[in-house]
Design a protein. Structure first.
Length: 155
């Protein structure tokens, strides 16, 4: 299966960098630090946080197949599709097909839940002061835990 997710929107990275800069009381926080904090949040939560386009090649099969990234906001194409209550996107294809869809918990930075934003700002501050190898603080994971999705087995 081939899959891909578009890069974080520049506006979201800039907003995250601003939140980190406020936390460390200095201007000019590197966008890479903010992007790393957002990526850490997405990895921990198991979700795409800020909406962006995704693509996935789905192999032929008779049954429903889950899309990798979520929560799914919309699926393009003429094949049968479904999005369940948990935000998992499902497709049913008769031949190998490239599926294009959009995934993300929030439309943009401003629409993210406050706990996620605060955790990103806090972890970005840790990365800015302690370096890229800094561990994820338990206080940050506590802020992100309500949005964490853990998959057991295959969907």
């Amino acid at each position: 299966m081939i899959q891909g997710l578009a890069a974080l929107p520049a506006a979201a990275v800039a907003a995250a960098a601003g939140a980190v800069a406020e936390r460390v009381h200095r201007a000019g926080v590197e966008p890479a630090i903010a992007a790393a904090a957002v990526t850490a949040a997405e990895d921990f939560c198991g979700r795409v946080l800020i909406a962006r386009d995704a693509v996935q090649v789905v192999e032929a099969g008779g049954g429903w197949q889950a899309l990798v990234h979520g929560p799914v906001r919309g699926i393009a194409g003429t094949h049968p599709v479904d999005i369940d209550a948990g935000g998992t996107g499902w497709v049913r294809v008769g031949a190998r097909t490239t599926v294009r869809y959009q995934a993300g918990l929030a439309e943009d930075w401003a629409a993210l839940p406050p706990g996620i934003v605060q955790g990103i700002a806090l972890f970005g501050a840790v990365l800015a002061t302690d370096g890229a190898d800094a561990p994820l603080p338990t206080g940050v994971t506590a802020l992100w835990r309500p949005w964490r999705r853990v998959r057991i087995g295959r969907a």
